[in-house]
Design a protein around this ligand. Sequence first.
Ligand code: SAM
Ligand code: SF4
Length: 344
Amino acid sequence: MPAFKIMRLRDYTLTMNKVDYLRISLIDRCNFNCQYCMPSEQEINYILQQNLLTDSELLTLIREVFIPVGFRRFRLTGGEPLLRKGVVEIVKALASLPETQDLSMTTNGFLLANMAQSLYDAGLRRINISLDSLDPDTFDLIVGRRGRNGWAQVWQGIQEAYRVGFDPLKLNVVVIPGINEGEILDLAALTIERKWHVRFIEFMPIGNSQLFAERGWVPSAELRQRIRHKYGLVESSVTGAGPADVYQIPGAKGTLGFISQMSECFCDRCNRMRLSADGWLRPCLLNESGQIDLKTALRAGIKPVELQEKVRQLLAIKPEINFKERFNGTQGGTYTRTMSQIGG
Ligand code: SAM
Ligand code: SF4
C-alpha cells in the first residue's frame, strides 16, 4: 500500500470517526429515469417483492441491530422513497424511537405535494429534493421519458414542503456538463430570497458510466468560482456533519453546499453506511467490497444480537475498505448496482 494511503488510514483511525448515520433505501424502483442514475437502455433487475425487507424486518434491524451498535441518524432514500407503500408509517415508527436523533429523506419530489403534510405530521423535518434544472424541457430530458411534464409537479412539491415547514429544505443538483451546467447561477440564486439550501453534487460514474465517460464532470471549485464572480461567495457558519462544504452568497437567506466526491477525498469524514432495500449493508459508496446480507441472515433465524456483532465487525474494517483504491472493488470497473439501487 502506498505511504499516502497508510497515512490517511492512520489519520482516520486516530480521529475515531463516529459512524452513526445510516442511509436506508426503501425501494429500488423509481418513477423517474434520470440519465445519470439509471440509464434507460440498461436492463435493471429490480428486487422482487419477496426479497424486499418488510416494514417489520426493517424496524427490527433498526431497533435491535443498528441502534444498539450506535446508529442514531437515518435517511430514507431509494429509488424513489415515496413509492414505498406505508412510507408515512415507516417515518412515524422511526421518528418515534427515542434513540433517533435525526431523520431525513431524499426524494425526487414528484409525489411530494400530496404527501408533504402527512410526512411532516409523522415526524419528518428534514428533506432533500432533487432538482437538476429550472427549465421544464431540460428537466424532462434529465429525468427521462417517465418524468414527462414532471417539473411543475416537483416545483409544487417543493413549495408545499416549504409551506409545511420542512427545515432545512435542501435541493440536490447533479451538475452535468452541457446539460444543466449553464443553470448553476440561476439555481444558486434560489437561495438569495428563500431559506433553501442548494447542494451541487459532482457527477459520479455510478449509475451511467457511459454518460459519465461522454460528459465528464465539473469540479466544485470551478462552480464556486463562477458563483463568486457573479454574486460573491463566503464560507457559511452553518456547516453540517456531512460531506458538503457549505458557502453562502453574502446576505442570502439560504446556503450553497458543494459535494465534491470526485475532486476531493472525504473518506476521512465518512460517518455512514448504506442499507439497500433488499437488506445488504454497504460500508462504502465507491467501493463494493465488504457488503453483508442482513435480510437473509435475519430470515435464517440469526438473532439480532449476533447481527450486531456482524455489523461491529464491518465497522471495524470500514476504514480499510474506504481507503482501498477509490472506485475499486467493482466488477470489471463497473458498479453492479446503479445509484437508484444504492440510494445515493
Ligand atoms: N429518488 C430520490 C432522488 O432522486 O432524490 C432518491 C434517490 S437518488 C439515487 C439520491 C441522490 O443521488 C439524488 O440526489 C441524485 O441526484 C443522486 N445521484 C444519482 N445518480 C448520481 C450520480 N451518478 N452522481 C451523483 N449523484 C447522483
Ligand atoms: Fe430516480 Fe432519484 Fe435516480 Fe432520478 S436520481 S432516477 S429520481 S432514484
